[in-house]
Write a protein that binds this ligand. Structure first.
Ligand SMILES: Nc1nc2c(c(=O)[nH]1)N[C@H]1C(S)=C(S)[C@@H](COP(=O)(O)OP(=O)(O)OC[C@H]3O[C@@H](n4cnc5c(=O)[nH]c(N)nc54)[C@H](O)[C@@H]3O)O[C@H]1N2
Ligand SMILES: Nc1nc2c(c(=O)[nH]1)N[C@H]1C(S)=C(S)[C@@H](COP(=O)(O)OP(=O)(O)OC[C@H]3O[C@@H](n4cnc5c(=O)[nH]c(N)nc54)[C@H](O)[C@@H]3O)O[C@H]1N2
Ligand code: SF4
Ligand SMILES: [Mo]
Length: 655
């Protein structure tokens, strides 16, 4: 019998589509768009159109597994849940007794899981007294910078792009990463003559259609933003009335901007001075104007000051208060859901635990002097072997004989291959939950459309199973949907209320939503370090900056099971010629951390000095088993300990 079900896509993508899933005889046969969602607007991405292939992929984990071969070899035998959970609970208890509970580390990310899938686990890990892993790998830098300038002010609504006459796309690639925003930009251009400015080192699809493309040198966005601020001030283009009423820190911002003349910015950013001047004029004179800030610019040593300076620009020109104006950032704070992970049973001495930064986790895993050393690692909703910086250290750490690793995942990822015990996880087609969006005003219901595949269990079920084995009062860890929801909703945020969230599509900044700082004022110079950008020494022995942007084939590393992005390195013709390299050549890409071998693609869409490889590759896609992440440094951004993926320097040589 064939049935159709409506659900939502909770994957780590801003769009959060409404889905129609066709099920035949208990199996998913098709996934497509569901009606009634203005953002989804009748289509979904090609990845999720083929999501059934992933649900039934040969890599899908169907039963608990216990390792039989060497770590990393991916050799396992099937085990029962009872056996697997007994072993995990025993290892956790043993580690806690011998080294203290902080020797147990839950590396739990779950950015592609429905929102409530963390609820039971968050309280369990705190009750246990485990170490914590801070979510710094993505958006931490961006978020801290946004908060410093605007506090809790909500993002502009992406649907308002149709009202914009100026659209600035800064360090974002909507045609790939936010596919329902790209057509809104094109419509604004075609139907309303909106002017589009794209600031990106690569000529993305959006950049190619833009009226002005500023192919900025990576990591210099703070210089560009400050030079624009200075230019606005010098040409009397500041909106003094708006600034007096709604902002603080103007003098500080302009003081930080003072050294960055047009000429200096042109030389640091690798842009034409008159393009920078034209951009400044556009910001002041074309209204309403909206800036879509992506995550490309946060991922380097200057990421925080860059985001902070960019976020301040629309305030300088008063681009707020009407539909089609403002900053399109993350809507992650728009959903009135909040769970309180402070379990009332948590003993006071366990309320403070040691924290790890995700971006330096490989080094931590390998560190023999850590006190206590990491003895038990529980990974859930992350494929850190493929997605973390400094992949070499991550893999060395995962290979440690004295480390006991548990991976709860849907498929046998690169990380799972190193596990002692693998636990099979449900997909969002198998659970009842919620999908909260970071790119749209929508909270949607995720409904189970099929039974759990194999013996897979949800995150909340696994946490409850462990709580029971660890001897905790299991009534507090009830994983049923009713109990999880009851514990998760804020007083004023009923689920029904949340679903109606801004259904009229009008969240206009400085009209419906304001900065949460005192007096509801923006803090233009809210971040320390603004104006003191950190640059690489000119004699860097590895002169090429390697970017690793998202691709249309995968969401991070998901879907790599059946459709990998091409692992080739793309390089500008000038750089290839200087190294006597031809298209299709096998090349070595290396720096002090690693050497990897791949194929060269000559690509004039890059700026000279910049190369690109896809993010999210599985290790098996490259001879030698290391991806671009082996080249990525585990240095941190200037605020929030953010990742520096786009601050990778390499040299490329013929093999
Ligand atoms: N198809 C698909 N969609 C996704 C994802 C995916 O993997 N695949 N991932 C999701 C996730 S987790 C995230 S965080 C978002 C990311 O969404 P985006 O931020 O849009 O994606 P990125 O590809 O990381 O980077 C965007 C652009 O930044 C540019 N860039 C790199 N360095 C710099 C710089 O220093 N300055 C400037 N101005 N630009 C720079 C890159 O060339 C790239 O075109 O996408 C989400 N959507
Ligand atoms: N080189 C480079 N690397 C990057 C980036 C970059 O720009 N360049 N970007 C980074 C970014 S933006 C991000 S967000 C990170 C993401 O990094 P990861 O979080 O490692 O992302 P994924 O590879 O998608 O891994 C998520 C895993 O969660 C599993 N999963 C999904 N839903 C569930 C669930 O309900 N339960 C359980 N148990 N498992 C589930 C999936 O099967 C998948 O294996 O990667 C970062 N890595
Ligand atoms: S991954 Fe993004 S674009 Fe694709 S279906 Fe899910 S929400 Fe929509
Ligand atoms: Mo991300």
């Amino acid at each position: 019998m064939t049935t159709e079900h409506v659900t939502a896509c909770p994957l780590d993508c801003p769009d959060t589509c409404s889905l129609t899933v066709t099920v035949d005889d208990g199996r998913i046969v098709a996934v497509d768009a569901a009606a009634g969602n203005a953002i989804t607007d009748g289509f979904i991405c090609q990845k999720v159109k083929h999501h059934a292939q992933r649900v039934y992929a040969p890599e899908r984990v169907l039963t608990p597994l216990v390792r039989t071969g060497a770590k990393g070899a991916g050799q396992f035998r099937a085990a029962s849940w009872a056996e697997a959970l007994d072993v995990v609970a025993a290892r956790m208890t043993d580690a806690a007794e011998r080294f203290g509970p902080e020797s147990v580390v839950p590396y739990v990310y779950n950015s592609s899981a429905p929102v409530l899938q963390d609820e039971v686990g968050m309280r369990l890990w705190r009750r246990f007294g485990a170490s914590r892993v801070d979510h710094t790998i993505c958006a931490a830098t961006f978020s801290v910078a946004y908060h410093a300038v605007y506090g809790d002010m909500l993002s502009a609504d992406p649907r308002d792009l149709l009202h914009s006459r100026l659209i600035v796309v800064w360090g974002a690639n909507p045609a790939i990463t936010n596919v329902h925003v790209a057509p809104l930009i094109t419509r604004a251009q075609r139907e309303h003559g909106a002017r589009v400015v794209v600031i990106d080192p690569r000529a993305t699809a959006t950049a190619k259609r833009a009226d002005l493309h500023l192919p900025i040198r990576p990591g210099t966005d703070v210089v560009l933003a400050l030079a624009v601020a200075r230019e606005l001030a010098r040409n009397d283009l500041l909106d003094r009335e708006f600034l007096a009423a709604h902002a603080e820190g103007l003098d500080e911002l302009l003081a930080a901007a003072e050294p960055f003349t047009l000429d200096r910015a042109a030389s640091e950013c690798g842009l034409a001075a008159n393009d920078i001047a034209a951009f400044a004029r556009d910001l002041a004179t074309i209204r309403p104007g909206l800036i879509r800030v992506g995550w490309g610019l946060e991922r380097n040593r200057n990421g925080g000051s860059a985001c902070g300076a960019v976020f301040a620009l629309p305030a300088l020109t008063g681009q707020f208060g009407v539909r089609g104006s403002g900053v399109l950032a993350s809507l992650g704070n728009a959903t009135p859901l909040a769970f309180d992970p402070r379990d009332p049973d948590t003993p006071p001495e366990r309320r403070r635990a040691r924290h790890f930064n995700m971006n330096t986790f490989g080094t931590a895993l390998c560190d023999p002097n850590l006190d206590p050393r990491i003895a038990v690692l529980f990974v859930q909703g992350s494929n850190l072997a493929a997605t973390n910086p400094n992949q070499g250290a991550v893999l060395r750490g995962l290979a440690r004989d004295d480390l006991f690793t548990v991976v709860h995942d849907q498929v046998l990822t690169d990380t799972a291959r190193y596990a002692d015990v693998v636990l099979p996880a449900t997909t969002h087609f198998e659970v009842h939950d919620l999908a909260a969006s970071y790119g749209a005003y929508a909270l949607q219901e995720v409904t189970p459309v099929i039974d759990p595949v194999g013996e897979s269990r949800s995150n909340n079920e696994v946490a409850a199973d462990l709580a029971a084995r660890l001897g905790f009062d299991i009534t507090r860890y009830d994983p049923s949907r009713e109990q999880v929801l009851a514990r998760s909703l804020t007083d004023d945020g009923t689920y029904e209320g949340a679903r109606e969230l801004r259904a009229d599509g009008t969240t206009v900044q400085f009209r419906d939503t304001f900065p949460s700082h005192d007096g509801r004022r923006a803090h233009l110079a809210g971040l320390p370090g603004l104006g003191a950008p950190r640059f690489a020494p000119l004699d860097d022995p590895h002169p090429i900056t390697l970017l690793t942007p998202a691709t249309h084939k995968t969401i991070n590393s998901m879907f790599g099971e059946f459709q990998s992005a091409d692992p080739a390195i793309h390089m500008h013709p000038v750089d290839a010629e200087a190294r006597a390299l031809v298209d299709g050549a096998r090349v070595r890409v290396g720096n002090d951390r690693a050497q990897i071998v791949t194929t060269l693609r000559i690509d004039a869409d890059l700026r000279p000095g910049v190369a690109s490889m896809p993010k999210g590759l599985w290790c098996r896609e490259l001879d030698g088993g290391l991806t671009a992440n082996a080249l990525v440094p585990d240095t941190l951004s200037d605020v929030a300990g953010g990742a520096c993926f786009n601050d990778t320097r390499v040299e490329v040589t013929a093999l």
